[in-house]
Design a binder for this molecule. Structure first.
Ligand SMILES: [Zn+2]
Ligand SMILES: [Zn+2]
Length: 280
């Protein structure tokens, strides 16, 4: 990703866009079968990774290829600790090499991030213990204020999701992107917070897991409809809306239909696609 983003202020690469569970079947691969993982870079050397779903495996391979023997430091931000947002961590190859460094930012939710990452690699779930991996690592507890990574400023805000989750707004040199996945619209207070943090974002990546029909059975499961994502983009006066966290049952054709309908209400709408690179 380095060479393409040299001059850009903020860019995002989508490594995993699927919600809930990986869906590697052929009819889903146009948009992608890996679960949530985004790579975000600014104009400097910072590497930000949002969520460690199964898409993270390919990102790990790409980073080792890009940096070869050079050291890098990656900053991991998690929205929450559901499986589809952490399951790629044990398969992130840089974890097993000592020349690199990772900083794990724990979201301000009741979860103990270090305990969760240790737990998913503990006996009998995984052959290698998290505490024994070679990479240099540290943990930072996110508080209510923003965090700076080089030229990038990262704000976190609470969203409506079972067991708690956060969204992020990343700013760099006048550009802004918002990552608001795993959030169910309909909670007045939390919807207001999302609206405030999303104002005038150039890019709004929003949970759009369900249709109006599907959500009737799935209220309280922690996800929004594509219609609610469209409304959030309008309310925020966002530049572009990216529908994200595609339901495992939605194949490529279904997602394309959703995009078509969403564009009638908000023209600048796309569906997140694995491997896609956006430069702001
Ligand atoms: Zn999820
Ligand atoms: Zn979740």
């Amino acid at each position: 990703m380095r060479s393409r983003q040299e001059a850009s202020k903020l860019c995002v690469k989508f490594w995993g866009v699927r919600g809930s569970t990986p869906t590697p079947q052929r009819e889903n691969l146009g948009f992608g079968g890996n679960t949530s993982c985004l790579e975000v870079r600014g104009a400097g050397d910072e590497i930000l990774i949002f969520d460690g779903g199964t898409g993270l495996r390919q990102l790990g391979i790409a980073l080792l290829k890009e940096f070869k023997k050079k050291k890098f430091r990656a900053h991991f931000f998690f929205t929450h600790c559901h499986w589809d947002h952490i399951q790629g961590i044990p398969f992130f190859d840089p974890l097993y090499r000592d020349e690199n460094e990772v900083v794990f930012y724990a979201p301000p939710t009741p979860n103990d991030l270090r305990g969760v990452l240790m737990g998913q690699m503990a006996t009998p779930y995984f052959p290698v213990n998290f505490e024994s991996v070679a990479i240099k690592r540290s943990f930072v507890q996110l508080e209510t204020g923003p965090v700076k990574c080089g030229g990038l400023t990262i704000h976190s805000f609470p969203v409506n999701h079972p067991q708690g989750a956060v969204g992020y707004r990343v700013e760099s040199a006048g550009k802004a992107m918002v990552y608001a996945t795993d959030m169910e619209a309909g909670n007045e207070r939390l919807d207001g917070i999302v609206r405030d943090f999303s104002q005038n974002a150039d890019l709004l990546i929003h949970d759009a897991q369900y249709t109006d029909q599907e959500i009737k059975m799935k209220r309280g499961w922690g996800h929004s409809t594509w219609g609610e994502a469209v409304q959030a983009a309008k309310d925020a006066k966002a530049g572009q809306l990216i529908l994200f966290h595609h339901d495992p049952s939605h194949d490529d054709q279904f997602v394309r239909e959703i995009v078509k309908k969403a564009r009638r209400k908000f023209d600048h709408t796309k569906a997140a696609r694995e491997g896609w690179f956006v430069e702001l």
